[in-house]
Design a protein around this ligand. Sequence first.
Ligand SMILES: C[S@@+](CC[C@H](N)C(=O)[O-])C[C@H]1O[C@@H](n2cnc3c(N)ncnc32)[C@H](O)[C@@H]1O
Length: 221
Amino acid sequence: MDNSSSYNSDIYDEKITSVLPYYREYHTQVIDLVRNMGMNSPEWLDTGCGTGTLALRALSEMPGIRFTLADPSENMLDEAKAKLDGRDIRYVNAPSDKLPFIAEFDIITAIQSHHYYDINGRKQAVKRCFDALKKGGVFVTFENIRMSSDISDAIAVTRWKTYQKEHGRSPEDVEAHIARRGTVMFPITIEEHLDMLKKCGFATADILWTSYLQAGFWAVK
Ligand SMILES: C[S@@+](CC[C@H](N)C(=O)[O-])C[C@H]1O[C@@H](n2cnc3c(N)ncnc32)[C@H](O)[C@@H]1O
């Protein structure tokens, strides 16, 4: 694999909706939130940008945005550069816990890109995002999550497996994917997310959206 998601960069866009229910809705929710914050020509960092789909959609609706796109996978960044060819965008080849920015951005998004961290790495990554935001700026993240109990988590996992099989994935691929929970990805609960955001220093921390084993959060500095 040329990145830590379930698919290589060249087939990611085509395949990701077979893994993530409501994938496009994550971007819709982010853009809708940002549009309603009334920012004028905001500086926006998308960390773990993947193939740049969020940036492309956001720019088509709000052309004044100035984007910085970061990802530790060079292949993902190459896909993003091709998709956003001709636009004035800064690209950074780095993971979130190594972001070098201080108080530069009005918006930072991390969409399905922080659940690869263990709890300490995740805190470090979120703290770097906090440091990179201006005061009053917003951090928006979507994540694979864990339910609040083993009982509800097992039911939600069964539901997620069913979704993937009904969207063309083989039973073997689905089992291999779910086996990444606790080995390659380390999902935490909604409560743990909100607690971590507050401990990182954010003035507010709220749920933006949730379904299946995914949730979105937003936090204002
Ligand atoms: C599931 S994809 C999501 C891509 C994109 N945000 C989207 O909405 O389609 C996960 C992305 O996170 C990136 N990633 C993996 N580890 C990361 C880290 N430590 N910090 C930032 N991004 C990371 C991967 O390279 C990949 O591009």
